[in-house]
Ligand binder design. Structure first.
Ligand code: BT5
Length: 320
């Protein structure tokens, strides 16, 4: 309902309570109540006895009416479930993804202001205080299960592009799912899926970006390796704008992936790579391999050249 009133509330121009009431088909008292509700949501609105109401500024909250305002995507973010706080957007997204038949469509988003139990890979924690972008996207790609690595890689490219477009900062991608600025982690991606032998049932892509977060709020042991966009740019970054830009880029690259144009995405990925050409150590859980990162192949796997010259392809692991 507050979404409806926002359609008519002119930015920096007045509209009378009476006209608003007529347009919405509600009483003037009901209009007043809606205005109070918007003010509680940090919309700055002034009221003048003769002129009516005027919207002065909008909050930088990731609420659906703000994220969807001016969003030019075709299907990513058409449906948004917003929570001021929750455990993990990936948990909710995975529950929702099961309900495709009941109208949960490709591109549905779960967004929150903070997570109390944000998840990283392999059961690791993801710290998600207020000020970041913590969201998950539900996808139903008609692609074989191995494409999951490609989805993570294309998401990383979309994040880098969006950060570049909104802040002029150019981050780097550490294979497979970290975005770094000055060698410190600013964003992580968690891609989860359920698949059958040859087809994916659903994918949930979780993205966490430290936008206006103070990294000193993180536990001491990770402070030295983390950073936020605000800390790099020296000022707050508009989260709504960044989220919209990311969603637009995400849709563009996901469409390319579906059109089987992964090669061109991979080319861009390589431009932003932090990993290629370095001597690295990959922890794969049951074993650790060291060598030089020489390539990312067409399936999104990391190609490592060991000291004895043997080349190995690694599908998932933690690089250091
Ligand atoms: C990741 O895991 O990097 C995936 C993070 C995905 C987070 C998003 S937020 C929205 C969605 N909902 C969720 O519950 N999750 C997703 P991994 O590569 O395993 O890295 C985890 C490690 O990153 C931790 O062990 C910490 O060392 C570090 N870390 C935790 N929180 C961080 C933060 N906010 N910024 C930078 N590094 C962090």
């Amino acid at each position: 309902m507050t979404g409806d009133i926002l359609k008519y509330l002119g930015e920096k121009e007045y509209i009378s309570g009476e006209v608003l009431a007529q347009k919405l088909g509600i009483s003037r008292v009901a209009v007043w109540k809606q205005i109070q509700r918007l003010k509680n949501m940090e919309y700055e609105i002034i009221a003048d006895q003769n002129l009516g109401y005027c919207l002065i500024s909008r909050p930088d909250l990731l609420i659906p009416q703000e994220v969807q305002r001016g969003l030019s995507t075709k299907y990513i973010g058409k449906e948004i479930f917003y929570f001021p706080e929750l455990k993990s957007t990936n948990i909710i997204a995975k529950e929702k993804a099961l309900h495709r038949a009941e109208g949960i469509n490709e591109g549905t988003l779960i967004i929150t202001e903070r997570q109390s139990a944000g998840k990283g890979r392999l059961g690791r924690e993801w710290f998600s205080p207020a000020g970041g972008i913590w969201l998950s996207i539900i996808l139903y790609p008609q692609l074989p299960p191995f494409s999951i690595s490609r989805i993570t890689l294309m998401t990383a490219v979309a994040v880098v592009k969006a950060i570049k477009m909104c802040t002029q900062i150019e981050p780097q991608i550490k294979w497979p799912n970290d975005i770094l600025i000055n060698e410190k982690k600013v964003c992580g991606i968690l891609t989860e899926m359920i698949a059958e032998l040859d087809i994916i049932n659903w994918v949930v892509v979780g993205i966490g970006i430290n936008v206006n977060v103070d990294h000193q709020k993180f536990p001491e042991d990770i402070q030295a390796n983390t950073i936020s966009l605000k800390e790099v740019s020296g000022k707050e970054v508009l989260r709504v704008k960044l989220a919209q830009t990311f969603l637009q880029e995400f849709e563009k690259y996901y469409d390319k992936l579906r059109r089987k144009e992964f090669s061109s995405i991979l080319k861009e990925w390589k431009l932003y790579s932090h990993t290629l050409g370095r001597k690295i150590r990959v922890d794969m859980g049951e074993r650790i391999i060291t060598g030089e990162a020489v390539d990312i192949n067409e399936e999104g796997a990391l190609v490592l050249k060991k000291e004895d010259g043997e080349r190995v392809e690694i599908i998932s692991g933690t690089v250091s």
